[in-house]
Design a protein around this ligand. Structure first.
Ligand SMILES: Cc1ncc(COP(=O)(O)O)c(C=O)c1O
Length: 383
């Protein structure tokens, strides 16, 4: 029996994700909600000892160890923590807010990847920056036009991208950084999903430094491990960035929790010791499970064949994404409609849904079954 649903009013992706938080079939947000591995469970069991350790030791020492372990696990050996240019934040969104507030002191426009997770455009627009879309194909395939680089103070790229999973190659990053250096434009990267894809684990900091461009990178521990929102967003910058990042960071916070930093260090060390490879296998299995469960449904496709990130886009063919979303919601399954990723032209996402893969297999299986019958029942719709 269908329960009567209140009307949905969600203005951004996070509000759609919030609707799902209490559901047992939440495939909406991209946060990690799968079971802890046995190695991770052991680390969690040691949290009381870490608490005692965090009280005893200097925070700066703990922060440095966490950064060395996390960036090291991801191949980012040239990261600038030792040079005093990496700040820790409670989350990557806070790092983003600090970057946005810094950028708006020197420029009024930014070139931003399209599509991408909507809290990035929302935070940038929220401080008054004008956003100019850079299509994903263009960012990955061609030089950016001179007229664009002359208009903006920053080029912002999410790599791997959410929701597409697309990763910027080393050669492409080098060329983009050279262009940004030439036009004195800041190159900003959000690499929150890099842990899922080894293609995104070449040493970005070496490439950025060699280019001489002004750069900022936002890294995130929050998408990888099921740590109940205990996470760190790192905000790293070049020596020549010439933005008031440190001041604005200190306007907002003194620092992050040494307990969380110790936990990040331990999870990272485990990641480097095989945990990350295990996570890659888990996500690949979950992707295969969802694809197999939906196999044979007419007029659907998985959009991002190469994706390795913990989310998967499903094209629902001639159906409307919101029709499918409403149908599965009435069965208590939550997924994400994709319009809002397409922040400049939402209609481009109206026939796609995003499914989260960092869940337990039983949740994915139950969700895929509900989705399968909803897809079979949802009629075609022409706009
Ligand atoms: C690419 C990207 N960056 C940043 C964020 C924000 O992360 P948080 O909510 O942990 O601040 C998200 C959230 O999903 C994201 O997808």
């Amino acid at each position: 029996m269908n329960r009567i649903q209140p009307t949905v009013s969600a203005e951004n992706l996070t509000q759609f994700e919030t609707l799902a938080l209490d559901s047992s079939m939440n495939l909406a947000d991209g946060h990690a909600r799968q079971q802890l591995t046995s190695a991770q469970s052991k680390i969690v069991a040691e949290l009381p000892d870490m608490w005692a350790e965090a009280i005893m030791r200097p925070v700066s020492e703990i922060e440095q160890e966490a950064a060395e372990s996390f960036f090291g696990m991801l191949g980012q050996h040239s990261h600038p923590f030792a040079a005093g240019r990496t700040l820790s934040c409670y989350s990557s969104s806070l790092a983003m807010e600090i970057l946005a507030r810094s950028l708006v002191t020197t420029s009024d426009a930014i070139a931003l990847l399209h599509p991408t997770f909507d809290n990035i455009p929302d935070i940038l627009a929220g401080v008054g920056l004008k956003l100019i879309p850079v299509e994903e194909e263009q960012a990955h395939d061609d030089d950016l036009p001179a007229e664009l680089l002359e208009q903006v103070g920053c080029v912002f790229i999410t790599t791997p991208n959410n929701p597409t999973g697309r990763v910027m190659t080393e050669a492409r990053l080098r060329r983009l950084a050279e262009q940004c250096a030439e036009y004195n434009v800041v190159l900003a990267l959000d690499t929150s999903f890099r842990g899922f894809d080894t293609a995104a684990q070449f040493d970005h900091y070496a490439v950025l430094e060699a280019s001489g461009c002004r750069w900022v990178v936002i890294e995130d521990t929050g998408k990888l491990w099921p740590t109940l929102e205990l996470k760190i967003g790192w905000l790293a910058r070049s020596a020549n960035v010439d933005l008031p990042i440190e001041k604005i960071h200190s306007d907002i916070l003194l620092g992050t929790s040494p307990l969380i930093l110790l936990m990040v260090k331990r999870f990272s060390d485990d990641g480097a010791d095989g945990g990350l490879a295990e996570l890659h296998r888990t996500i690949a299995e979950h992707r295969a499970l969802v694809r197999a469960e939906l196999a044979g449904v007419p007029d659907i496709s998985f959009v991002d064949e190469q994706a390795r990130v913990s989310v998967e886009r499903l094209h629902v063919g001639s159906r409307m994404g919101m029709d499918v979303w409403s149908a599965v919601r009435s069965q208590n399954l939550y997924v994400l409609p994709c319009q809002k990723f397409h922040w400049a032209r939402p209609n481009e996402g109206e026939r796609m849904l995003r499914l989260a893969l960092s869940r337990n297999p039983s949740t994915l299986l139950a969700g895929a079954e509900v989705l399968r019958s909803a897809l079979l029942d949802t009629p075609e719709r022409h706009r």
